[in-house]
Design a binder for this molecule. Structure first.
Ligand SMILES: *[C@@H]1O[C@H](CO)[C@@H](O)[C@H](O)[C@H]1NC(C)=O
Ligand SMILES: *[C@@H]1O[C@H](CO)[C@@H](O)[C@H](O)[C@H]1NC(C)=O
Length: 220
């Protein structure tokens, strides 16, 4: 049976790998959101029927995109810091044991999970609402008066005399951004649980030996 110290090391390395994947998912989500909203300046989330029929609208619901980009950015920063903390802790076998360090680490975990969740909900509900609006208009025989007749699962084209495009937003990338945010919530929760479970190995007496081979990162 593996020793408590070995188990702790396994849990730490596993959570480092999961945090790294989670950082990748959050970064992908952030990148796609920025690319498909002109950095939040042009937002086609939550487009209503009257907005789709209004030809003088160009940028639509900008605050919604700014919110989703800000929350993906905060989550990415939290995850980058958590990954760095865990990487340093695993590489140099530094024991983070002070209460304040542990509270900060838990704060970053909760921040990542919460803000990735917000990103997932805003992006999926916002794009879903837009798609439903356009589907409603076209399926009842109408024509939206916006520049694009929104394509939910791909890039946009302007169908005039000449076909022009592709334009942003790309529906596939927006859906990917929402899926990555959701995957990030799942992964980050997993890493959090692993580091929490790791603490169970701290209560054993043989943990006194940890200085010799000693990696330990505490959420105590
Ligand atoms: C669906 O389309 C009809 C008319 O085409 C419109 O009156 C109605 O508000 C639309 N519903 C939604 C949810 O957009
Ligand atoms: C269309 O959008 C413009 C700009 O926001 C607004 O001033 C106007 O009232 C809208 N028109 C309709 C019919 O809703």
């Amino acid at each position: 049976m593996p020793s408590a110290d070995n188990m702790k090391q396994i849990f730490s390395i596993a959570s480092l790998v999961i945090l790294f994947l989670s950082l990748g998912a959050a970064g992908t989500s952030l990148g796609f959101l920025q690319a498909n909203t002109n950095n939040g300046a042009s937002c086609r989330f939550y487009i209503s029927h009257s907005q789709a029929m209004n030809s003088s609208l160009v940028d639509y619901n900008v605050p919604t995109c700014k919110l989703s980009i800000a929350s993906a950015a905060i989550a990415t920063i939290c995850l980058a810091l958590l990954t760095a903390i865990e990487l340093i802790s695993v590489s140099f076998k530094i024991n983070v044991k002070t209460l304040i360090a542990n509270i900060i680490q838990v704060g970053f975990f909760i921040g990542s999970i919460l803000f990735l969740f917000i990103t997932m909900v805003v992006v999926s509900a916002g794009w879903g609402k837009t798609c439903a609006t356009y589907k409603n208009i076209t399926s009842s025989g109408g024509t939206p008066r916006s520049f694009f007749n929104i394509e939910c699962t791909g890039p946009q084209f302007f169908r005039g005399e000449l076909l022009r495009g592709p334009y942003q937003p790309n529906g596939t990338e927006i859906i990917t951004a929402a899926v990555c945010a959701g995957f990030g919530v799942f992964l980050t929760s997993g890493a959090f649980s692993l580091l929490f479970m790791q603490q169970l190995f701290r209560v054993r007496p043989q943990n006194q030996r940890f200085q010799s081979d000693g990696h330990e990162i505490a959420l105590k």
